[in-house]
Structures are given as structure tokens and as C-alpha cells.
Design a binder for this molecule. Structure first.
Ligand code: PMP
Length: 391
């Protein structure tokens, strides 16, 4: 029997080429064969985030939370005012990390499923000035997509640095780090970047590096300190080995393969494919009569969907049945609405047949859980979206 497809919001299904790289014999981290692979991965990360030469990429062994920690530990000094735009669970995590490093944190919260508008942000910026504004590009607990260019423009005009958590968005949702003037864009390997869990990825702007250089207080985290990592990243990019702490060699090799695959497809095509897949899922879910957590289509993510359970269906009755029908999905995560919805991840090397097979499994699961669904309804709705785009 074939195994069910892993359709959660990370980790995701990885390409065969990426998995092959994971299973190669591990070279030493200063081996002459590894140095150019690491160097190219750093350059390619910049290209995937659409940032220029002056932007500094970091590839660290750790998860997405480490990427958040690295951004905040280096940019926030005790007493710095920080504004966290809160669109769900992971924005709250960012607020916690900022507090941990001594930030005076204000949180601009919206109801689960809503997004923060530039007007709401402007109203806050008119009242106080902030060293840092943090934005979650896609909050994985609500499926809400924020308008990063608009929010960033407002924050930058007010003199703040902008950190964007792109863990559930990078290499899926549109991002032009340099054109949009985002100071830190960060992610983890296991999502749309398409590499097994274990790498924290971030790219820092010249303004972010300048703020870090002007720090008065030392960076309170040892492992996250850019002062220890910067010489290592610069050395590998310059074709020389360097050591601070052992890199995750096989993961970096796999990242090299994945970033090449993404760039070979082209960023415009990668974003368009995710948009199409997101739209197809939205249409499929709507055709089943299910609501969704994002309160408006215009701010629904394209990397994951958050359908609401129909009446008398819950995680226990639905998710094991969907799994038996071929797709592993995730339950709710946002504490205020955890039992009201489930989550479907659709990012990375996702294909049209993944869309159809996953929706087929959702239909079968719903029927098994007692919700009347005519076979094929969601598939037809998704197919219509995908065929219209192909015309
Ligand atoms: N931010 C967002 C938006 C996420 O989705 C996640 C992980 N689901 C994280 C941060 C934390 O990443 P990790 O679990 O890799 O530490």
C-alpha cells in the first residue's frame, strides 16, 4: 500500500532529489566539496527571497523558532519598543521572544481569522514610535495572509525596522525582500523551502546589520549571536571554510538541491503555482459547504487552508478517516478556536494531482464522519479553477 501524503503545514512532502541529498555520505564541514555547496546555498537563499548582494543570509542548524530567536536576539536591546502585529499563535510567540530579550512589547491583535490593516498599524504608529515592528506573513494557526508590502511601508516610514516571519510563506507567497524593504525575512527548511526539518534560514538587510552593529548591550543569546555567525557565512560564501558550530551538513546539501529546484522553476512561476493551488483548495472547500477561518478571501493564505468543521464533525471523527483515504491533515492550533477547524498544508513541490487526491480524501473522510457529500463535488470545483488557469 502506498503511504498517505503528508499534507500538513510542515513538514511537507519532499522531492526525491532532496531526499537523495539527505542520504549521501556526510562530508566534513570544511571538506573542499562542501564549501561551494554551502556558498551557493547562501547566494540562492538571497535569490529566493529576492534580496540583493548587500543583504546577509544566515543558514543555521535549528528550527524556525531559532530563526525568530536569531532575529530578535540581535535586533532588540533591553528597553527597545517593539510592536507585534498579531494574527495568531506564531505572532504571540514572536511577542514572547521579544519580551525575553528585554523588548517593551505592544501587541496589535485582531480576532482570529482577521488580518491587520495598514490603517490599523498607522493609528498605532501615530501614537508611539517603535524600534521594531514584527509581521507574520502567513500565520499557520489561522491561515491569514498579511499585506507585507503595505504594512512594511507604513512601519518603515515611521522609522521602524521590520521583521517578517515567513515560516509558513517563504518560497510560496510572493516576497520581494529588497523591493519591499523588509529588514529580516525568515523561515524554516521544512515548509515551502522543501527540506526536512532542521534548518533556520534568515536574510538581514543592511539596515538590520547596522542596528546590530550599533548595539550597546551584548547579544544575550550565545548560539544566535550574529557576531559569531557572520564570519562563518562570509567565509563560505567567499569559498573558504570557517567554524563556529558544526553546520547540519546533509541538510545544507539538501537545501542546495531544493533552492536550485525553486530557482529553476522561477520565483514568478513558484508564486503563481501556489496561488493557483490555494485558489483551487478554496474553491473545493467552499463547494463542500464548509466555512474557513480567514474572514475574507483576500487575506486567505495560498500555502495552507483552514476549513471549519461542519456540524457534528470533529478532529476525532474526521482526521483518521481522511488519513485512511490517503492524506494526513492537521487539527486546529489557535487556542481560541482549536476545536472548530482543521488545516491542510499545500506548499512546496505540490502538484495538481496532490490537490485532487487530497480533496478526494477530505470528501471521503467527511462522508465517513456522517456529513453528506456528493462524490467528486470538491474535485470538480478545484479542477474548474485549475483548468481555467491553464486556458
Ligand atoms: N512561525 C510560523 C508562522 C510557523 O508556522 C512556525 C512552525 N509551524 C514557526 C514560526 C515555528 O517554526 P518551528 O516549528 O520550525 O520552530
Amino acid at each position: 500500500m502506498t503511504r498517505p501524503r503528508l499534507m500538513i503545514p510542515g513538514p511537507i512532502e519532499f522531492t526525491d532529489e532532496v531526499l537523495d541529498a539527505m542520504s549521501q555520505p556526510t562530508p566534513g564541514h570544511v571538506d573542499p566539496t562542501f564549501i561551494p555547496i554551502f556558498g551557493q546555498a547562501l547566494r540562492d537563499l538571497r535569490s529566493v527571497f529576492q534580496a540583493g548582494e548587500a543583504y546577509q543570509p544566515f543558514i543555521l542548524a535549528g528550527s524556525g523558532t531559532l530563526a525568530m530567536d536569531s532575529a530578535v536576539a540581535n535586533l532588540v536591546e533591553p528597553g527597545d519598543r517593539v510592536l507585534v502585529l498579531d494574527t495568531g499563535y506564531f505572532s504571540q510567540r514572536m511577542a514572547d521572544i521579544c519580551r525575553r530579550y528585554g523588548g517593551e512589547v505592544d501587541v496589535l491583535s485582531v480576532a482570529p481569522g482577521d488580518t491587520v490593516t495598514a490603517a490599523q498599524l498607522q493609528a498605532r504608529l501615530d501614537q508611539a514610535s517603535y524600534r521594531l515592528v514584527t509581521i507574520t506573513h502567513v500565520d499557520t494557526s489561522t491561515g491569514v495572509l498579511t499585506d507585507v508590502p503595505d504594512l512594511t511601508a507604513a512601519a518603515k516610514a515611521a522609522g521602524s525596522l521590520v521583521v517578517v516571519d515567513g515560516v509558513c510563506a517563504a518560497a510560496g507567497e510572493e516576497m520581494w525582500q529588497e523591493d519591499w524593504d523588509v529588514d529580516i525575512y525568515l523561515t524554516a527548511s521544512q515548509k515551502a523551502v522543501g527540506v526536512p526539518p532542521g534548518l533556520a534560514l534568515l536574510v538581514a538587510s543592511p539596515a538590520a546589520l547596522a542596528k546590530w552593529r550599533e548595539r550597546k548591550a551584548p547579544v544575550a543569546s550565545y548560539y544566535s549571536d550574529w557576531g559569531l555567525w557572520l564570519p562563518v557565512m562570509q567565509a563560505y560564501e567567499g569559498g573558504r571554510p570557517a567554524y563556529f558550530a558544526t553546520p547540519a551538513v546533509n541538510l545544507v546539501m539538501a537545501l542546495g538541491v531544493s533552492l536550485r529546484q525553486i530557482l529553476a522553476e522561477g520565483m514568478d512561476r513558484v508564486f503563481a503555482r501556489h496561488r493557483l493551488v490555494g485558489d483551487a483548495f478554496q474553491a473545493g472547500i467552499a463547494s463542500l459547504g464548509l466555512g474557513q477561518v480567514p474572514t475574507h478571501r483576500s487575506h486567505a493564505a495560498h500555502t495552507l487552508s483552514c476549513p471549519r468543521y461542519p456540524q457534528n464533525v470533529d478532529a476525532t471523527s474526521l482526521l483518521p478517516r481522511v488519513r485512511a483515504a490517503g492524506a494526513i491533515l492537521a487539527g486546529g492550533l489557535h487556542p481560541a478556536i482549536r476545536n472548530e477547524y482543521f488545516r491542510i498544508g499545500h506548499m512546496g513541490a505540490i502538484t495538481r494531482s496532490d490537490v485532487l487526491s487530497t480533496l478526494g480524501a477530505v470528501e471521503a473522510g467527511l462522508r465517513g464522519a456522517g456529513y453528506a457529500v456528493e462524490p467528486g463535488v470538491a474535485l470538480a470545483a478545484a479542477q474548474a479553477v485549475m483548468e481555467a488557469a491553464a486556458d
